[in-house]
Design a binder for this molecule. Structure first.
Ligand code: HEC
Ligand code: HEC
Length: 247
């Protein structure tokens, strides 16, 4: 039932995001995942449509002036709000120090804007983020997503704690067997609307894997819900352990 609802929702989401996302360099085909999970962008290197293709030359004959003073002021305000409000929770540089608050550093712009949209529309439920997202205009979402994508990725295993090789091997084997890398990239850094999961906080990874498995989190497509069917709580723990530390 839930799965059906998720798939139906994707069309509306894709349409809305298409209108939301105005930057031509980042324009993607949001329905690609829904139609064919196996054709998901596997890694940043092999993203045909997601590769940041800069226009060959700035449109020389475009409007003579650059952004207006009002636009510049709005961008400045969004940057300040991002630093003061978002990073207060998500950590300096987007590297979270708080339990169950995800790091945003290195997350992809399209993934980030999709999640903000899901929170705002109530499709991804979290009391904190839903409240934050409700106050966002489309322009805010776009600006925040681009600011997120510009943060350098969190180095994996930053806490310096010793890594248990047995647990790492178990997590790596599970990730291979369940083909996590087919969508998240062989190095788990994601791409386009597929999340970066390498180096994410272990507690957050464990939390959301449980939520996908139970159907509490549906996601942009039902890919994650289906992928985790049949895994034990212990398996989810080993995957989270491995992904938080994988380099
Ligand atoms: C009070 C703390 C708090 C504030 C402020 C906050 N966030 Fe969050 N954010 C969270 C938590 C907690 C989650 C994870 C929620 C969940 O489990 O769904 C989250 C999730 C996210 C995600 C999804 C990340 C992922 O990996 O799926 C994005 C994107 C995000 N926040 C962006 C923002 C932006 C942009 C702002 C500022 C406008 C912001 N957040 C402000 C706590 C906060
Ligand atoms: C068929 C493609 C596919 C496969 C296979 C897949 N994922 Fe995902 N995964 C996705 C997509 C797409 C998202 C974003 C979902 C959304 O819109 O919320 C995601 C999201 C996630 C997230 C949430 C990230 C965040 O920041 O909140 C985690 C964690 C995750 N996947 C882990 C895994 C693990 C572990 C495996 C293997 C057991 C796996 N995935 C296999 C496509 C896939």
């Amino acid at each position: 039932m839930r799965g059906t609802r998720g798939v139906v929702g994707v069309a509306a989401l894709a349409a809305a995001l298409g209108g939301l996302w105005l930057s031509p360099a980042l324009q993607l085909v949001p329905s690609a995942m829904a139609q064919s999970p196996s054709a998901a962008p596997a890694s940043p290197q092999s993203r045909p449509s997601g590769a940041p293709r800069k226009p060959a030359a700035p449109p020389a004959a475009a409007a003579p002036a650059g952004p207006s003073a009002a636009q510049l002021a709005a961008e400045q305000a969004q940057r300040q709000r991002f630093q003061a409000e978002c990073l207060a929770c998500h950590g300096v540089g987007g590297q979270s120090q708080q339990p169950e608050v995800p790091s945003l550093a290195g997350q992809h712009a399209f993934y980030a804007i999709t999640q903000l949209f899901l929170y705002r529309e109530g499709r991804r439920a979290n009391p904190v983020m839903s409240a934050v997202a409700r106050g966002m205009s489309d322009a805010d979402m776009r600006a925040f997503s681009e600011l997120i994508a510009a943060l350098p990725a969190t180095p994996a295993g930053v806490d310096g704690a010793a890594t248990d090789p047995v647990r790492m091997r178990r997590g790596a084997e599970l990730a291979l067997r369940h083909r996590c890398g087919a969508c998240h990239g062989s190095d788990y850094t994601g791409g386009a609307q597929v999340a970066r999961i390498a180096g994410q906080r272990e507690d957050y990874l464990r939390l959301v894997l449980g939520e996908f498995q139970s159907g509490a989190r549906l996601g942009y497509t039902t890919a994650m819900n289906e992928t985790l069917a049949g895994l034990s709580p212990d398996d989810l723990g080993a995957l989270a352990y491995f992904l938080a530390r994988v380099r």
